[in-house]
Write a protein that binds this ligand. Structure first.
Ligand SMILES: [Cu+2]
Length: 113
């Protein structure tokens, strides 16, 4: 009976851990997805994402020009090279992706040089 109880306990533990999100529990805080907002100008668009010259993104990165991947390029419909934009970057660990972008009405000082 003792063996049976142990087995049941292990099975229960397995089931319970399966209900949680072990992947996230193991994550360090840096690996929890965070979203940052940036402002900049679109330089180019390709089939995988968008090249943006952006100002500083507080808490995330300095002003720079870089390519941001998008999961679905439908996000980029209506956006053209040269547009001044506000955008959101979702960051998890060392991965990041553009999750929202919209044209800004006016070019701001964060627009890059
Ligand atoms: Cu960057």
């Amino acid at each position: 009976m003792k063996k049976g109880t142990l087995l049941l306990f292990l099975l229960l533990a397995l089931v319970l851990s399966g209900c949680g999100r072990p992947q996230e529990e193991k994550s360090t805080p840096a690996e929890v997805a965070k979203t940052y907002t940036g402002h900049g100008r679109v330089l180019s668009i390709d089939s995988t994402g968008v090249m943006i010259r952006h100002g500083e993104i507080p808490g995330y990165m300095a002003a720079m020009t870089m390519h941001y991947p998008v999961q679905d390029t439908i996000l980029l419909s209506g956006i053209s090279p040269g547009d001044s934009v506000s955008f959101q970057i979702r960051v998890k660990g060392y991965q990041h992706e553009l999750v929202a972008i919209e044209k800004a009405e006016t070019a701001g000082p964060e627009d890059g040089q």
